[in-house]
Design a binder for this molecule. Structure first.
Ligand code: BGC
Length: 759
């Protein structure tokens, strides 16, 4: 079919949808409309959860209240249900309770997979592989849609520059350019070209905006960001996600520059809708509308509802007692407009109609089982885990290991044998029986050819303050019964001593990272460093695997451990991928999506700082410790060896709207094939604002056979040079000289320049 009839067909469809919505709106009461803009959590907590101080509620009250609201037709959407039979049951209740036959929309945190668990988002970003990221979210969407979930609260596109903030694990790291690319790939993965298609769901980039800059890295704490920082650093991934067609956007919990983000008309109406043309619907973060009262902003729930809705928040996500239930009062008092409420209801009905829910509200439970078991999904997760691992250090080429030269491997550290931790945070519907831990993966790889002996060495470490997520099954780690910490430590060192190589896994337990998981230090929890030191002290060559979602203090390891591979929380297929990487079946190719600080005292630490005063002392800003990163942004080693040459720009001088093409020759001088991420960084020498010393403005992931060479081309257009200038209080394109570097990390040295001039 050519484009013309297809567009006409779409238009007819769109007109039909609007006519249907007009008709429904004409029949709905204010209370029914308030119901449509309300989303409820629905969960049954495990026995004992009621005692959790983090929750502070009666676990039965929540589902009871929701069932009651369903009966009144007062539920627009539900979240947190993943069982297809349960979704069908609740959908039946929604339809039975709604006299207009409006089905409920089901949302969920499909963050890095549903049943097939992918590496955590920060790891996916470390692959710099947009195809794999898109495929991963397409698999997640397929599984989600099969069980009846229509909408993912993802991607989290918050730029995160302070690793104390636990949610750094959910995003793409410190850089807005990489962040924007990853955001687009995820939106495409979830939605395809249209979320109304089979196997697709709505993507909801979050949390608009600034959530990652919480003071002190403390989750939920207030944020203060200048307009320049918001425009140049925080907004780009959101804007890119919106331009990619994201159907939803979620608000953020905290105060932004003194106003709760969830009630900011500037953010949701001026920037998002009027500025970027966002046509989807906005949902609040959980309880964020009610919390306008808690913040000391709204006088009461009616005021909160009126102000959030007027700001542009179409739907409230509520745990209990939604503020939006008070919208009819606000309408009557005249604090919220009928037209505003109608516009919000319209957007939500439009999403339901586009998803085809009116005609087809239920899911086929047998098909759901089949889709969840699809082995092709595990294949994509395996490739993702392989490509996201980052080789931080490889002194003397200790890696890859040669199985023919080894008789025994010691695998040390409790995380090595923890399937639950291998999956990482923000997963609820996993299957541990099909999850491959590091120990499982290594054992399967070498079979009986190499003896693999495991020792945990130390007990699991508990959080000082438990997390609300610990209430969900299996999230709080436990030691085996009769665990004798001292004896186990000695045993681990003996096992390492007697082996040809030691593989030590250190990191954070998965409940130590994610939401409500900020930290005041970046040290390895518990006695992990001591254990590592004792193992290295035996003289056995040691490979360190880091299981993490944020940079940890690896200063000692970076000097004393020859090989360090960051495996993140690698997901369902994690152990298989790790074994393939360690034994050289694939080469590591991930690159860091953040600057890795030496110590917590340095944070926030970004590569894209400005020159400021005395730039020659940039690495000596502290008297007690270098102020440079331990590993720079974009860093990641390989079993290949890449050299860069012949860096050329096609035009030395261009006008402000001009575009150049940059070419570089990349050669793999090693005798094995490997992938490399070619990165391009730009610097503007002078202009209407001081610009960062370097900013990522292009990248390409390429695979090169042994001794092969390839020319890589990157386009640099005005969009790459435009910046929001505090001097002009607007977007500008400065005339200037630009420095440009291309290489395998943000410390690339191969450089050239070009000029942007009016004449
Ligand atoms: C988080 C959101 C999440 C929501 C629903 C909130 O606490 O901030 O990111 O989507 O819960 O689970």
């Amino acid at each position: 079919m050519s484009d013309q009839p297809r567009q006409t067909e779409r238009q007819i469809q769109a007109d039909g949808i609007q006519a249907q919505i007009d008709e429904l709106l004409g029949r709905m009461t204010p209370a029914e409309k308030a119901g449509q803009v309300t989303q409820y959590f629905y969960f049954r907590l495990p026995a004992g959860a009621a005692a959790e101080p983090a929750l502070g509620m009666d676990p039965d009250a929540q589902p009871r209240a929701v069932e009651e609201a369903l009966g009144r037709g007062a539920v627009g959407s539900l979240l947190f249900v993943t069982d297809p039979a349960e979704i069908n049951r609740l959908q039946r209740a929604a339809l039975a309770g709604n006299r207009h036959g409006i089905p409920a929309l089901f949302g969920f945190d499909v963050i890095h997979g549903l049943r097939t668990i992918f590496p955590v988002p920060i790891a996916m970003a470390a692959s710099w592989d947009m195809e794999t990221i898109e495929q991963g979210q397409a698999v997640a969407a397929r599984e989600a849609r099969a069980v009846g979930i229509h909408w993912a609260f993802a991607p989290m596109v918050d730029v995160a520059r302070d690793p104390r903030w636990g949610r750094i694990v959910e995003g793409a790291g410190e850089d807005p350019f990489l962040g924007a690319a990853v955001a687009v790939a995820q939106v495409r993965g979830f939605q395809g070209t249209d979320y109304g298609q089979e196997d697709r769901i709505i993507a909801g980039p979050k949390h608009f905006a600034g959530y990652g800059a919480a003071l002190g890295g403390r989750d939920y704490d207030e944020v203060h960001l200048s307009d320049a920082e918001l425009q140049n650093t925080i907004f780009p991934p959101f804007k890119a996600a919106v331009e990619a067609g994201a159907g939803n956007v979620m608000t953020a919990y905290m105060d932004l520059n003194g106003v709760p983000a969830s009630a900011s008309r500037w953010l949701f109406t001026e920037v998002l809708r009027e500025g970027w043309g966002f046509g989807g619907f906005v949902v609040s973060d959980a309880n964020a509308v009610r919390n306008l009262v808690t913040h000391g902003f709204a006088a009461d729930l009616t005021d909160a509802a009126a102000r959030a809705m007027t700001a542009g928040v179409d739907m409230e996500m509520a745990i209990q007692d939604p503020a939006y239930a008070h919208l009819p009062e606000a309408l009557q008092a005249g604090t919220a407009g009928q037209d505003v409420l109608d516009a919000s209801v319209r957007r939500i009905l439009e999403a339901k109609l586009r998803l085809g829910l009116f005609g087809n509200p239920y899911v086929d439970e047998d098909r759901a089982r089949e889709v969840l078991a699809d082995p092709r999904h595990r294949e994509v997760a395996l490739v993702a885990a392989e490509r996201s691992a980052v080789l931080l250090r490889n002194e003397g080429n200790l890696l890859p290991l040669d199985p023919d030269e080894l008789a025994s491997v010691a695998v040390i550290g409790p995380l090595a044998d923890s399937r639950r931790d291998t999956l990482g945070p923000w997963v609820f519907d996993f299957d541990l029986s099909e999850t491959v831990s590091v120990l499982d993966g290594l054992r399967r790889k070498v079979e009986d050819r190499v003896r693999v002996e495991f020792a945990a060495g130390i007990p699991v470490v508990q959080r000082v303050f438990p997390s609300m997520f610990d209430m969900f099954g299996g999230n709080r780690p436990e030691d085996p019964e009769d665990f004798d910490a001292e004896a186990e430590f000695r045993r681990a060192v003996d096992v390492a001593d007697g082996a040809d190589v030691a593989v030590v896994v250190v990191g954070e337990w998965q409940n130590m990272i994610g939401e409500a998981a900020s930290r005041s230090s970046l040290g390895l929890p518990g006695r992990q460093l001591e254990l590592l030191q004792a193992v290295v002290g035996t003289g056995t060559p040691t490979v360190l695997l880091v299981m993490n979602g944020r940079p940890l203090d690896l200063r000692w390891a970076a000097e004393h451990v020859p090989a360090i591979l960051d495996i993140w929380y690698p997901g369902t297929q994690g152990g298989t991928a790790v074994a393939k990487l360690l034994f050289g079946e694939v080469s590591p190719s991930g690159k860091l999506p953040f600057s890795w600080p030496r110590t917590v005292g340095q944070v926030p630490l970004v590569y894209s700082h400005t020159h400021s005063h005395e730039p020659q002392n940039q690495g000596r800003r502290y008297w007690d410790e270098p102020s440079t990163p331990l590993f720079p942004f974009g860093h990641g080693l390989s079993y290949g060896r890449f050299s860069y040459s012949d860096l050329i720009v096609d035009q030395p001088s261009i006008p402000p709207e001009g575009t150049i093409t940059v070419s570089v020759q990349v050669t793999n001088t090693a005798d094995r094939a490997a992938a490399e991420v070619v990165q391009l960084y730009l610097h503007q020498r002078h202009g209407s604002a001081s610009r960062p010393v370097r900013e990522l403005k292009g990248f390409q992931r390429i695979t090169l056979s042994p001794q092969a060479s390839q020319q890589v081309q990157v386009r640099i257009g005005p969009e790459h040079r435009r910046h929001w200038s505090t001097t002009e209080r607007d977007w500008v394109l400065d005339n200037s000289i630009f420095d440009l570097w291309v290489g395998g990390s943000s410390t690339a040295e191969l450089a050239t320049t070009f000029e942007v001039t009016q004449t």
